[in-house]
Design a protein around this ligand. Structure first.
Ligand code: 5GP
Ligand code: ZN
Length: 114
């Protein structure tokens, strides 16, 4: 999508700090980290949000989770733990409408909610 921020990041039109890349998935550091480690995992194919992705291309959800599995194992985070968050729609505060999965780790995280 031409005017999508994260599509531009995938194309390299906007710089980002890569942490993971394969043929399906790209992951990079969040510009405003909410934890010591805060990365965003996105599929290379554009979709608006997690429900759109799950409805039209559920295999893409698997692609992203396989990437998270590989990256967290490589970083030895699967034993210390990590959190995956996907904001969907206004009440969740989604601000970028290219489906993305926040991966938070590197310290003891607070409880989530309001
Ligand atoms: P959302 O609020 O939609 O769940 O998450 C969007 C995330 O994208 C936010 O955590 C925000 O900090 C991050 N973000 C917004 N613009 C950029 C950018 O240009 N580069 C990077 N690396 N992250 C961004
Ligand atoms: Zn996009």
């Amino acid at each position: 999508m031409n005017d999508c921020l994260f599509c531009k990041i995938i194309k390299g039109e906007i710089p980002s700090s890569e942490v993971f890349s394969n043929e399906n998935v790209y992951a990079f550091k969040d510009l405003h980290p909410m934890a010591k480690i805060h990365n965003l995992f996105i599929h290379r194919e554009h979709s608006h949000d997690i429900n759109a992705m799950s409805k039209t291309s559920p295999e893409q959800v698997v692609d992203v989770y396989k990437a998270i599995l590989k990256w967290t194992q490589d970083e030895k985070l699967d034993s210390s733990g990590f959190r995956v968050v996907t904001n969907c729609g206004p009440d969740a505060g989604q601000t970028v409408f290219h489906t993305h999965f926040h991966v938070l780790a590197g310290e003891k995280l607070g409880r989530f909610g309001k």
